[in-house]
Design a protein around this ligand. Structure first.
Ligand code: ADP
Ligand code: MG
Ligand code: MG
Length: 225
């Protein structure tokens, strides 16, 4: 992962959140208070400013702190914690596997702060599948050029993993996040504002899961820049 990757990712997040602001707000209008697009667009605009003002600072930590300070809704502290925990876990030169581990650390921070888990119909329903996809796509490669272990035939399939390009790794994560967001539609919300609706939360995509799919999709977009 090149040194400027986090800043490039955050800039793309700001762009895509601005572009999708109305869709995110419409999703939040159905099962929340119709401010998710505005919350994130304002938050990431502040992130842009903060990164421009402090180009030497750790981009992820700066962005996370900014979201926590500037976004009033639940998503600000949650995404802020994701980015801060990722930034704290990530060295300047991370391997793909280290990036996957840092992302997972960030998702764990969201779960801790939100006291929420997969299946609660939140952003975690997109973030956890993305974290797993990143981990799977960057995991330790089976040894090649060595004889198969005794008892295993030559037909054993080793995953192709570390041969994947960054764009392919992030593409898998983005696909997983989008599927995770779509899978929130039939769920009953157990956390956040949508949980106040009970059964009426069923049949709508969770706005935070939708925005998480955008943020993970932004990783793929900047992977090959
Ligand atoms: P608010 O609900 O305060 O208006 P937003 O509309 O910006 O905040 O964000 C709502 C999103 O935040 C939800 O769609 C959900 O994905 C996420 N969210 C809310 N509460 C939690 C929680 N406890 N754990 C994880 N995510 C949550
Ligand atoms: Mg809201
Ligand atoms: Mg709100």
């Amino acid at each position: 992962m090149r040194a400027g990757f986090p800043a490039a990712w955050l800039a793309e997040c700001a762009r895509v959140v601005a572009a999708e602001r109305e869709r995110l707000t419409a999703l939040d209008a159905a099962i929340g208070d119709a401010d998710h697009g505005a919350n994130l667009d304002r938050g990431f605009a502040e992130v842009r400013r903060a990164l421009a003002a402090a180009p030497e600072a750790d981009a992820l930590v700066t962005a996370g702190t900014t979201l926590i300070r500037k976004v009033g809704g639940a998503s600000g502290p949650l995404y802020g914690s994701l980015l801060r925990a990722m930034g704290a876990a990530l060295g300047a030169q991370a391997s793909p596997a280290e990036f996957a581990a840092a992302f997972t650390t960030g998702v764990e921070a969201v779960a801790r702060l939100g006291r929420s888990a997969e299946g609660d119909k939140t952003m975690l329903d997109a973030l956890w599948p993305a974290a797993r996809a990143l981990t799977d796509a960057t995991g330790p490669q089976a040894p090649s050029g060595l004889p198969a272990p005794p008892g295993l035939s030559g037909s054993l399939e080793f995953p192709e993993i570390s041969r994947l390009s960054a764009a392919e790794v992030f593409g898998r994560a983005a696909t997983a996040a989008r599927a995770g967001a779509a899978a929130t539609v039939p769920m009953l919300a157990r956390k956040g504002r949508a949980s106040y609706l009970g059964e009426r939360s069923v049949g709508h995509e969770d706005p935070g899961a939708a925005s998480s799919a955008l943020l993970v999709g932004a990783l793929e977009t900047v992977a090959d820049e």
